[in-house]
Design a protein around this ligand. Structure first.
Ligand code: BTN
Length: 266
């Protein structure tokens, strides 16, 4: 398979009003790791796309496999005021969902904090894409590296989905990348001006577990159960916990649906 061609991505973005600098590699350890090393010097809108990562990383020190046929993996570097960071990975999830909807995708949903799911009515949901936002600071300047791993085909042996499951026809990887960058640029412009608060309502309309009974497992292995009432303006998860007044905010953790309860809540 040929390398992703930056010139073709640029021509797909010709009238978009955004200018990205795109570099394409056959192999690297991790596109996030590479861009983090350049955070102090690189301008906003630098994109690194790699056909294959040897040490691709996911949230919570998980790994992320990538092959040219199997996935689209890239990172975008952006300078952002520190006060606008809250909810960023949620905003990027929305950009990804908007982009795939442009190609005719259906049954997509967002899972807090950073997953895009394919949720067909008659089958088990599967993870279609993951987002890893990493931060670098130098002085007062904050740089974010936004890493996206999108499955083109369903990975074998995993409860995951591929783009071929949810699109009527597969676009080229260049057209796909161009649309995702376009939507990401738009979302980042909103975040820069107003913060995630301005996207919160739209995010919740696509939220896979809105008003469902869920359990949240955090890094310290504490499991909390409650009803998911969405997210706040900073992107924190809001849970209604039995016996506790009001809503409790969570900033990290792995969310899962509590089986069989979801239809009872809403
Ligand atoms: C997750 O689901 O935990 C997030 C996965 C993010 C993977 C992408 S692939 C491109 C970028 N480079 C990395 O090393 N990770 C992100």
């Amino acid at each position: 398979m040929a390398l992703i061609d930056p010139a073709r991505v640029h021509s797909a973005l010709a009238d978009a009003g955004f200018s990205f600098h795109i570099e394409s590699l056959e192999t690297c350890d991790s596109t996030n790791a590479r861009l983090l090393l350049r955070a102090a010097d690189a301008p906003s809108a630098l994109v690194l796309v790699a056909d294959r990562q040897t040490a691709g990383r996911g949230r919570r020190e998980r790994s992320w496999e990538s092959t040219p046929e199997g996935s689209l993996t890239f990172s975008l570097l952006w300078h952002l005021p520190p006060e606008k960071i809250g909810g960023l990975s949620l905003a990027i999830g929305l950009a990804l969902l908007r982009a795939l909807n442009k190609f005719g995708a259906r049954h997509l949903a967002l899972k807090w904090p950073n997953d895009l799911l394919f949720t067909p009515p008659e089958a088990e949901p599967g993870k279609l894409a993951g987002i890893l936002v990493e931060l670098a600071t130098s002085g007062k300047k904050m740089t974010v590296v936004i890493g996206i791993g999108l499955n083109l085909h369903r990975p074998t042996g995993m409860a995951a989905a591929g783009l071929t499951d949810c699109l009527p026809a597969m676009p080229s990887r260049e057209d796909l990348l161009a649309e995702i960058l376009l939507q990401t640029g738009r979302v980042l412009a909103v975040v820069e001006d107003y913060g995630f608060a301005a996207l919160r309502h739209e995010w919740q309309t696509h939220h896979a577990y809105q008003n469902c009974a869920v359990s949240l497992q955090d890094a310290g292995c504490i499991e909390v159960e409650g009803v998911c009432r969405g997210v706040d303006a900073d992107g924190a998860l809001l849970l209604e916990i039995p016996g506790k007044a009001g809503l409790t905010r969570f900033f990290a953790g792995d969310l899962s649906l509590r089986p069989k309860l979801e239809e009872n809540i809403r």
